[in-house]
Design a protein around this ligand. Sequence first.
Ligand SMILES: Nc1nc2c(ncn2[C@@H]2O[C@H](COP(=O)(O)OP(=O)(O)O)[C@@H](O)[C@H]2O)c(=O)[nH]1
Ligand SMILES: [Mg+2]
Length: 433
Amino acid sequence: MKVYKTKELRNIALIGGAKTGKTTLAEAMLFEGGVINRRGSIEDKNTVSDYRSIELERQNSVSSTVLFAEHNGHKINIIDAPGFDDFIGEVVAALNVVDTALMVVNAQNGVEVGTEINWRQTRAINTPVLFVINHLEHEKSSYEETLRQLKNQFGASVTPFQYPVNEGHGFNAIIDVLQQKMLKYDANGGKAQVMDIPDDQKAKAEEMLNNLIENAAENDESLMEAFFEHGTLTAEELARGLKLGIVNRGMFPVLCVAAKPNFGVDALLNFIVSTLPAPDEVPGRPTKEGQELNCNPADPASALIFKTAVEEHLGEISFFKVYAGEITEAMDMVDGVNSSKERISQMFAVAGKKREKLEKVVAGDIAAAIKMKNVRTNHTINTPKIAGQVIEPIVFPASKITMAVKAKNTSDDEKLGAALSELQKVDPTISIE
Ligand SMILES: Nc1nc2c(ncn2[C@@H]2O[C@H](COP(=O)(O)OP(=O)(O)O)[C@@H](O)[C@H]2O)c(=O)[nH]1
Ligand SMILES: [Mg+2]
Protein backbone atom coordinates (compact mmCIF):
# COMPACT_ATOMS: atom_id res chain seq x y z
CA MET A 1 0.00 0.00 0.00
CA LYS A 2 1.18 3.52 -0.73
CA VAL A 3 2.34 5.63 2.22
CA TYR A 4 -0.44 8.12 2.89
CA LYS A 5 0.41 11.61 4.10
CA THR A 6 -1.36 13.18 7.07
CA LYS A 7 -3.60 15.33 4.84
CA GLU A 8 -4.64 12.21 2.89
CA LEU A 9 -6.00 10.48 5.97
CA ARG A 10 -9.46 10.46 7.48
CA ASN A 11 -10.28 8.60 10.70
CA ILE A 12 -13.90 7.81 11.39
CA ALA A 13 -15.87 5.64 13.80
CA LEU A 14 -19.22 4.08 12.99
CA ILE A 15 -21.36 4.43 16.10
CA GLY A 16 -25.07 4.38 16.93
CA GLY A 17 -27.67 2.02 18.34
CA ALA A 18 -27.55 -1.72 17.80
CA LYS A 19 -28.88 -2.89 14.41
CA THR A 20 -28.85 0.54 12.82
CA GLY A 21 -26.65 -0.87 10.04
CA LYS A 22 -23.10 0.12 10.99
CA THR A 23 -21.51 -3.17 10.00
CA THR A 24 -23.50 -3.28 6.76
CA LEU A 25 -22.44 0.28 5.99
CA ALA A 26 -18.80 -0.62 6.72
CA GLU A 27 -19.10 -3.50 4.25
CA ALA A 28 -20.42 -1.15 1.54
CA MET A 29 -17.66 1.37 2.28
CA LEU A 30 -15.01 -1.33 1.94
CA PHE A 31 -16.56 -2.42 -1.33
CA GLU A 32 -16.69 1.11 -2.72
CA GLY A 33 -13.23 1.72 -1.28
CA GLY A 34 -11.71 -1.17 -3.24
CA VAL A 35 -10.82 -3.42 -0.28
CA ILE A 36 -13.25 -6.21 -1.18
CA ASN A 37 -14.82 -7.13 -4.50
CA ARG A 38 -17.94 -8.75 -3.15
CA ARG A 39 -20.23 -7.45 -0.43
CA GLY A 40 -21.10 -9.83 2.39
CA SER A 41 -24.15 -9.46 4.62
CA ILE A 42 -25.11 -9.96 8.26
CA GLU A 43 -27.60 -12.66 7.25
CA ASP A 44 -25.01 -14.60 5.22
CA LYS A 45 -22.53 -14.24 8.10
CA ASN A 46 -19.77 -13.10 5.81
CA THR A 47 -19.08 -9.43 6.51
CA VAL A 48 -15.49 -8.30 6.93
CA SER A 49 -16.26 -6.59 10.22
CA ASP A 50 -18.28 -9.24 12.11
CA TYR A 51 -15.90 -12.15 11.58
CA ARG A 52 -15.39 -13.45 15.11
CA SER A 53 -17.28 -16.64 15.92
CA ILE A 54 -19.23 -15.00 18.76
CA GLU A 55 -20.39 -12.28 16.35
CA LEU A 56 -21.47 -14.76 13.70
CA GLU A 57 -23.44 -16.65 16.30
CA ARG A 58 -25.11 -13.55 17.76
CA GLN A 59 -25.32 -11.67 14.44
CA ASN A 60 -24.11 -8.48 16.04
CA SER A 61 -20.76 -6.83 16.72
CA VAL A 62 -19.14 -7.52 20.09
CA SER A 63 -15.76 -5.94 19.55
CA SER A 64 -14.82 -2.91 17.52
CA THR A 65 -13.20 -3.77 14.20
CA VAL A 66 -10.55 -1.61 12.62
CA LEU A 67 -11.00 -1.32 8.86
CA PHE A 68 -9.92 0.92 6.02
CA ALA A 69 -10.99 2.01 2.55
CA GLU A 70 -9.11 3.89 -0.15
CA HIS A 71 -10.98 6.61 -1.99
CA ASN A 72 -9.88 9.45 -4.31
CA GLY A 73 -6.26 9.26 -3.17
CA HIS A 74 -7.18 9.15 0.51
CA LYS A 75 -7.09 6.40 3.12
CA ILE A 76 -10.13 6.29 5.34
CA ASN A 77 -9.61 4.40 8.59
CA ILE A 78 -12.93 3.09 9.82
CA ILE A 79 -13.63 1.72 13.28
CA ASP A 80 -16.89 -0.23 13.34
CA ALA A 81 -18.04 -0.10 16.94
CA PRO A 82 -20.54 -2.42 18.60
CA GLY A 83 -23.95 -0.83 19.30
CA PHE A 84 -24.90 -2.61 22.53
CA ASP A 85 -24.20 -0.64 25.68
CA ASP A 86 -22.36 -3.65 27.18
CA PHE A 87 -19.47 -2.86 24.87
CA ILE A 88 -19.36 0.93 25.37
CA GLY A 89 -15.65 0.76 26.22
CA GLU A 90 -14.98 -0.06 22.57
CA VAL A 91 -16.91 3.05 21.51
CA VAL A 92 -14.98 5.21 23.96
CA ALA A 93 -11.62 3.96 22.66
CA ALA A 94 -12.71 4.53 19.05
CA LEU A 95 -13.98 8.06 19.72
CA ASN A 96 -10.66 8.95 21.32
CA VAL A 97 -8.62 8.19 18.20
CA VAL A 98 -10.90 9.16 15.31
CA ASP A 99 -11.49 12.68 14.03
CA THR A 100 -15.21 12.32 13.25
CA ALA A 101 -17.92 9.95 14.45
CA LEU A 102 -20.51 8.76 11.94
CA MET A 103 -23.68 8.27 13.95
CA VAL A 104 -25.80 5.78 12.05
CA VAL A 105 -29.55 6.16 12.56
CA ASN A 106 -32.21 3.73 11.35
CA ALA A 107 -34.90 5.74 9.51
CA GLN A 108 -37.52 3.23 10.64
CA ASN A 109 -36.90 3.99 14.32
CA GLY A 110 -35.47 7.51 14.43
CA VAL A 111 -33.50 8.44 17.57
CA GLU A 112 -33.06 5.40 19.81
CA VAL A 113 -31.64 4.94 23.31
CA GLY A 114 -28.39 3.79 21.71
CA THR A 115 -28.22 7.00 19.68
CA GLU A 116 -28.43 9.06 22.87
CA ILE A 117 -25.94 6.96 24.80
CA ASN A 118 -23.42 7.26 21.99
CA TRP A 119 -24.14 10.96 21.60
CA ARG A 120 -23.25 11.54 25.25
CA GLN A 121 -19.91 9.86 24.67
CA THR A 122 -19.15 12.08 21.65
CA ARG A 123 -19.99 15.11 23.77
CA ALA A 124 -17.75 14.00 26.64
CA ILE A 125 -14.85 13.28 24.28
CA ASN A 126 -15.62 16.28 22.04
CA THR A 127 -15.74 14.24 18.84
CA PRO A 128 -17.33 15.85 15.76
CA VAL A 129 -20.45 14.02 14.56
CA LEU A 130 -21.91 13.33 11.13
CA PHE A 131 -25.36 11.74 11.13
CA VAL A 132 -26.00 9.04 8.54
CA ILE A 133 -29.66 8.14 8.09
CA ASN A 134 -29.86 4.52 6.92
CA HIS A 135 -32.53 1.99 5.85
CA LEU A 136 -34.12 4.57 3.51
CA GLU A 137 -35.29 1.91 1.06
CA HIS A 138 -37.34 0.24 3.79
CA GLU A 139 -41.09 0.70 3.48
CA LYS A 140 -41.37 1.92 7.09
CA SER A 141 -38.61 4.51 6.86
CA SER A 142 -39.31 8.17 7.53
CA TYR A 143 -36.54 10.61 6.76
CA GLU A 144 -38.55 13.69 7.83
CA GLU A 145 -39.54 12.20 11.17
CA THR A 146 -35.97 11.00 11.83
CA LEU A 147 -34.61 14.47 11.00
CA ARG A 148 -37.21 16.09 13.25
CA GLN A 149 -36.16 13.83 16.14
CA LEU A 150 -32.48 14.52 15.52
CA LYS A 151 -33.05 18.27 15.64
CA ASN A 152 -35.28 17.93 18.63
CA GLN A 153 -32.70 15.91 20.59
CA PHE A 154 -29.45 17.39 19.38
CA GLY A 155 -30.36 20.96 18.41
CA ALA A 156 -30.55 23.32 15.46
CA SER A 157 -26.96 22.60 14.42
CA VAL A 158 -28.19 19.32 12.94
CA THR A 159 -28.01 20.30 9.26
CA PRO A 160 -29.30 18.21 6.35
CA PHE A 161 -26.88 18.01 3.42
CA GLN A 162 -29.02 15.53 1.52
CA TYR A 163 -32.59 14.24 1.41
CA PRO A 164 -34.26 11.27 -0.27
CA VAL A 165 -36.58 12.01 -3.22
CA ASN A 166 -38.57 8.78 -3.02
CA GLU A 167 -37.80 6.94 0.20
CA GLY A 168 -39.41 3.60 1.01
CA HIS A 169 -40.09 0.89 -1.51
CA GLY A 170 -38.51 1.88 -4.83
CA PHE A 171 -36.08 4.36 -3.25
CA ASN A 172 -33.32 5.22 -5.70
CA ALA A 173 -32.63 8.97 -5.65
CA ILE A 174 -31.05 11.45 -3.24
CA ILE A 175 -30.87 15.24 -3.58
CA ASP A 176 -27.38 16.46 -2.73
CA VAL A 177 -27.94 19.97 -1.39
CA LEU A 178 -24.30 21.04 -1.37
CA GLN A 179 -23.68 19.99 -4.99
CA GLN A 180 -27.23 20.96 -6.10
CA LYS A 181 -27.47 17.65 -7.95
CA MET A 182 -29.58 14.53 -7.84
CA LEU A 183 -27.84 11.20 -7.24
CA LYS A 184 -29.65 8.33 -8.90
CA TYR A 185 -28.90 4.64 -8.27
CA ASP A 186 -29.73 1.56 -10.26
CA ALA A 187 -30.64 -1.72 -8.59
CA ASN A 188 -26.98 -2.71 -8.12
CA GLY A 189 -26.18 0.42 -6.11
CA GLY A 190 -22.59 1.63 -6.18
CA LYS A 191 -21.79 4.70 -8.25
CA ALA A 192 -24.55 7.24 -8.62
CA GLN A 193 -25.59 8.82 -11.84
CA VAL A 194 -25.23 12.55 -11.11
CA MET A 195 -28.16 14.47 -12.62
CA ASP A 196 -29.79 17.88 -12.56
CA ILE A 197 -32.33 18.41 -9.81
CA PRO A 198 -35.86 17.89 -11.18
CA ASP A 199 -37.97 21.06 -11.37
CA ASP A 200 -40.34 20.05 -8.60
CA GLN A 201 -37.41 19.72 -6.14
CA LYS A 202 -35.48 22.85 -7.12
CA ALA A 203 -37.08 25.32 -4.71
CA LYS A 204 -36.65 22.99 -1.72
CA ALA A 205 -33.03 22.16 -2.59
CA GLU A 206 -32.15 25.82 -2.99
CA GLU A 207 -33.78 26.82 0.26
CA MET A 208 -31.86 24.06 2.04
CA LEU A 209 -28.61 25.23 0.48
CA ASN A 210 -29.24 28.75 1.76
CA ASN A 211 -29.85 27.39 5.26
CA LEU A 212 -26.72 25.35 5.04
CA ILE A 213 -24.64 28.35 3.96
CA GLU A 214 -26.06 30.40 6.81
CA ASN A 215 -25.27 27.62 9.30
CA ALA A 216 -21.72 27.46 7.94
CA ALA A 217 -21.29 31.24 8.26
CA GLU A 218 -22.34 31.16 11.91
CA ASN A 219 -19.12 29.39 12.81
CA ASP A 220 -16.85 32.37 12.27
CA GLU A 221 -17.26 36.13 12.65
CA SER A 222 -15.52 37.02 9.38
CA LEU A 223 -17.73 34.52 7.55
CA MET A 224 -20.80 36.03 9.19
CA GLU A 225 -19.74 39.48 7.94
CA ALA A 226 -19.16 38.14 4.42
CA PHE A 227 -22.57 36.48 4.54
CA PHE A 228 -24.36 39.68 5.57
CA GLU A 229 -22.53 41.71 2.97
CA HIS A 230 -23.08 39.40 -0.02
CA GLY A 231 -26.06 37.30 1.10
CA THR A 232 -24.01 34.17 0.46
CA LEU A 233 -20.48 32.71 0.77
CA THR A 234 -17.91 31.90 -1.90
CA ALA A 235 -17.07 28.21 -2.37
CA GLU A 236 -13.84 28.69 -0.44
CA GLU A 237 -15.57 30.48 2.45
CA LEU A 238 -18.26 27.83 2.56
CA ALA A 239 -15.70 25.02 2.72
CA ARG A 240 -13.90 26.81 5.56
CA GLY A 241 -17.15 27.41 7.45
CA LEU A 242 -18.23 23.80 7.08
CA LYS A 243 -14.96 22.42 8.38
CA LEU A 244 -14.87 24.86 11.29
CA GLY A 245 -18.46 24.02 12.17
CA ILE A 246 -17.86 20.28 12.03
CA VAL A 247 -14.62 20.40 14.04
CA ASN A 248 -16.08 22.68 16.74
CA ARG A 249 -19.33 20.68 17.01
CA GLY A 250 -21.14 23.80 15.76
CA MET A 251 -22.57 21.81 12.86
CA PHE A 252 -23.71 18.21 12.57
CA PRO A 253 -24.28 17.33 8.90
CA VAL A 254 -26.90 14.75 7.94
CA LEU A 255 -26.41 12.43 4.96
CA CYS A 256 -28.62 9.68 3.52
CA VAL A 257 -27.88 6.05 2.68
CA ALA A 258 -29.38 2.65 2.25
CA ALA A 259 -26.39 0.53 3.20
CA LYS A 260 -27.87 -2.81 2.23
CA PRO A 261 -28.53 -1.99 -1.44
CA ASN A 262 -25.44 0.28 -1.38
CA PHE A 263 -27.17 3.59 -2.19
CA GLY A 264 -25.53 6.84 -1.12
CA VAL A 265 -22.31 5.21 0.08
CA ASP A 266 -20.18 6.58 -2.80
CA ALA A 267 -21.42 10.09 -1.96
CA LEU A 268 -20.68 9.49 1.72
CA LEU A 269 -17.09 8.55 0.87
CA ASN A 270 -16.79 11.69 -1.29
CA PHE A 271 -18.04 13.78 1.60
CA ILE A 272 -15.64 12.17 4.09
CA VAL A 273 -12.70 13.00 1.82
CA SER A 274 -13.82 16.47 0.73
CA THR A 275 -15.30 17.90 3.91
CA LEU A 276 -14.39 15.99 7.08
CA PRO A 277 -11.23 17.05 8.93
CA ALA A 278 -7.81 15.46 8.41
CA PRO A 279 -6.06 14.32 11.64
CA ASP A 280 -4.09 17.59 11.89
CA GLU A 281 -7.22 19.74 11.55
CA VAL A 282 -8.70 18.81 14.94
CA PRO A 283 -7.43 19.80 18.41
CA GLY A 284 -4.21 17.97 19.30
CA ARG A 285 -3.86 15.28 21.94
CA PRO A 286 -2.21 16.35 25.19
CA THR A 287 0.70 14.55 26.80
CA LYS A 288 1.19 14.13 30.55
CA GLU A 289 4.07 16.60 30.26
CA GLY A 290 1.67 19.31 29.08
CA GLN A 291 2.54 19.28 25.40
CA GLU A 292 0.05 18.89 22.60
CA LEU A 293 0.61 16.49 19.71
CA ASN A 294 -0.92 17.74 16.48
CA CYS A 295 -0.17 14.86 14.14
CA ASN A 296 2.87 16.61 12.73
CA PRO A 297 5.01 14.09 10.78
CA ALA A 298 8.14 16.19 11.41
CA ASP A 299 7.96 15.73 15.22
CA PRO A 300 9.65 12.80 17.04
CA ALA A 301 7.53 9.66 16.66
CA SER A 302 4.93 8.94 19.31
CA ALA A 303 1.85 6.72 19.19
CA LEU A 304 -0.96 5.64 21.50
CA ILE A 305 -2.03 1.99 21.75
CA PHE A 306 -5.83 2.18 21.82
CA LYS A 307 -6.77 -1.46 21.44
CA THR A 308 -5.27 -4.88 22.01
CA ALA A 309 -6.70 -7.99 20.39
CA VAL A 310 -5.74 -11.64 20.28
CA GLU A 311 -6.06 -13.25 16.88
CA GLU A 312 -5.71 -16.90 15.99
CA HIS A 313 -2.33 -17.68 14.37
CA LEU A 314 -1.04 -14.16 15.04
CA GLY A 315 -1.15 -13.73 18.79
CA GLU A 316 -1.47 -10.31 20.30
CA ILE A 317 -2.16 -7.39 17.98
CA SER A 318 -1.63 -3.82 19.15
CA PHE A 319 -3.66 -1.17 17.36
CA PHE A 320 -2.13 2.27 17.53
CA LYS A 321 -2.63 5.81 16.34
CA VAL A 322 0.43 7.85 15.47
CA TYR A 323 0.12 11.31 17.05
CA ALA A 324 3.55 12.59 15.98
CA GLY A 325 6.30 11.71 13.52
CA GLU A 326 6.56 8.56 11.42
CA ILE A 327 6.97 4.95 12.45
CA THR A 328 8.89 2.67 10.11
CA GLU A 329 9.34 -1.07 10.07
CA ALA A 330 12.21 -2.33 12.28
CA MET A 331 12.26 0.94 14.22
CA ASP A 332 13.29 0.77 17.87
CA MET A 333 10.81 2.35 20.24
CA VAL A 334 10.29 2.66 23.98
CA ASP A 335 7.10 2.20 25.98
CA GLY A 336 6.66 5.53 27.79
CA VAL A 337 4.82 3.89 30.69
CA ASN A 338 6.99 0.88 31.58
CA SER A 339 10.23 1.74 29.69
CA SER A 340 10.12 -1.56 27.81
CA LYS A 341 12.24 -1.51 24.64
CA GLU A 342 10.06 -2.48 21.71
CA ARG A 343 11.08 -3.18 18.14
CA ILE A 344 8.41 -2.62 15.49
CA SER A 345 8.66 -5.92 13.64
CA GLN A 346 5.64 -5.81 11.36
CA MET A 347 2.91 -3.26 10.79
CA PHE A 348 -0.36 -3.69 8.94
CA ALA A 349 -3.37 -1.87 7.65
CA VAL A 350 -6.13 -4.22 8.72
CA ALA A 351 -9.66 -4.81 7.58
CA GLY A 352 -10.99 -7.50 9.89
CA LYS A 353 -9.09 -10.64 8.97
CA LYS A 354 -7.48 -9.00 5.94
CA ARG A 355 -4.08 -7.42 6.42
CA GLU A 356 -1.84 -5.33 4.20
CA LYS A 357 1.75 -4.87 5.21
CA LEU A 358 2.96 -1.31 5.83
CA GLU A 359 6.54 -0.10 5.76
CA LYS A 360 5.82 3.34 7.12
CA VAL A 361 2.96 4.85 9.11
CA VAL A 362 2.81 8.64 9.34
CA ALA A 363 1.29 10.95 11.93
CA GLY A 364 -2.49 10.75 11.94
CA ASP A 365 -2.67 7.18 10.68
CA ILE A 366 -4.03 4.11 12.44
CA ALA A 367 -2.34 0.72 12.07
CA ALA A 368 -1.64 -2.54 13.84
CA ALA A 369 1.61 -4.08 15.06
CA ILE A 370 2.36 -7.60 16.20
CA LYS A 371 4.99 -9.13 18.48
CA MET A 372 5.19 -6.20 20.84
CA LYS A 373 6.62 -7.39 24.15
CA ASN A 374 5.17 -5.42 27.02
CA VAL A 375 2.87 -2.77 25.60
CA ARG A 376 -0.73 -2.59 26.73
CA THR A 377 -3.78 -0.61 25.73
CA ASN A 378 -3.34 3.04 26.74
CA HIS A 379 0.47 2.90 26.69
CA THR A 380 2.49 5.31 24.55
CA ILE A 381 5.33 4.13 22.35
CA ASN A 382 8.02 6.65 21.48
CA THR A 383 11.20 7.08 19.54
CA PRO A 384 14.07 6.71 22.12
CA LYS A 385 14.79 10.47 21.97
CA ILE A 386 11.54 11.12 23.86
CA ALA A 387 11.44 7.74 25.62
CA GLY A 388 9.36 8.76 28.64
CA GLN A 389 6.62 10.69 26.86
CA VAL A 390 3.10 9.64 27.87
CA ILE A 391 0.12 10.57 25.71
CA GLU A 392 -3.01 11.32 27.73
CA PRO A 393 -4.66 7.93 28.16
CA ILE A 394 -8.22 7.04 27.22
CA VAL A 395 -10.58 7.24 30.20
CA PHE A 396 -12.57 4.03 30.11
CA PRO A 397 -15.96 3.83 31.82
CA ALA A 398 -16.04 2.15 35.22
CA SER A 399 -17.30 -1.42 35.47
CA LYS A 400 -20.97 -1.76 36.35
CA ILE A 401 -21.26 -5.38 37.40
CA THR A 402 -19.23 -7.08 40.10
CA MET A 403 -18.76 -10.79 40.50
CA ALA A 404 -16.48 -13.13 42.35
CA VAL A 405 -14.91 -16.09 40.60
CA LYS A 406 -13.10 -18.99 42.17
CA ALA A 407 -11.18 -21.91 40.71
CA LYS A 408 -12.77 -25.29 41.38
CA ASN A 409 -9.40 -26.62 42.47
CA THR A 410 -7.11 -24.33 44.39
CA SER A 411 -4.27 -25.74 42.29
CA ASP A 412 -5.78 -23.82 39.34
CA ASP A 413 -5.69 -20.46 41.13
CA GLU A 414 -2.63 -19.35 39.27
CA LYS A 415 -4.09 -20.32 35.87
CA LEU A 416 -7.29 -18.47 36.70
CA GLY A 417 -5.32 -15.37 37.57
CA ALA A 418 -3.43 -15.57 34.29
CA ALA A 419 -6.65 -16.04 32.30
CA LEU A 420 -8.30 -13.05 33.98
CA SER A 421 -5.36 -10.82 33.28
CA GLU A 422 -5.45 -11.90 29.59
CA LEU A 423 -9.12 -10.94 29.53
CA GLN A 424 -8.34 -7.58 31.05
CA LYS A 425 -5.69 -6.96 28.41
CA VAL A 426 -8.24 -7.02 25.60
CA ASP A 427 -11.02 -5.31 27.58
CA PRO A 428 -9.81 -2.43 29.75
CA THR A 429 -13.31 -1.89 31.18
CA ILE A 430 -12.73 -5.04 33.26
CA SER A 431 -11.09 -4.33 36.59
CA ILE A 432 -9.78 -7.08 38.78
CA GLU A 433 -9.27 -6.90 42.51
N1 LIG B 1 -33.55 -2.88 4.69
C1 LIG B 1 -32.34 -2.57 5.11
N2 LIG B 1 -31.75 -3.33 6.03
C2 LIG B 1 -30.51 -2.97 6.46
C3 LIG B 1 -29.83 -1.83 5.95
N3 LIG B 1 -28.63 -1.75 6.56
C4 LIG B 1 -28.56 -2.79 7.42
N4 LIG B 1 -29.68 -3.54 7.34
C5 LIG B 1 -29.99 -4.75 8.12
O1 LIG B 1 -30.11 -4.38 9.49
C6 LIG B 1 -29.65 -5.42 10.34
C7 LIG B 1 -28.57 -4.88 11.27
O2 LIG B 1 -27.43 -4.53 10.49
P1 LIG B 1 -25.97 -4.42 11.09
O3 LIG B 1 -25.11 -3.93 9.99
O4 LIG B 1 -25.59 -5.67 11.80
O5 LIG B 1 -26.20 -3.28 12.17
P2 LIG B 1 -25.22 -2.81 13.36
O6 LIG B 1 -25.66 -3.54 14.59
O7 LIG B 1 -25.47 -1.36 13.47
O8 LIG B 1 -23.82 -3.15 12.95
C8 LIG B 1 -29.14 -6.52 9.42
O9 LIG B 1 -30.17 -7.47 9.28
C9 LIG B 1 -28.90 -5.79 8.10
O10 LIG B 1 -29.03 -6.63 6.98
C10 LIG B 1 -30.50 -1.05 4.95
O11 LIG B 1 -29.99 -0.05 4.44
N5 LIG B 1 -31.75 -1.46 4.59
MG1 LIG C 1 -22.28 -4.15 13.95
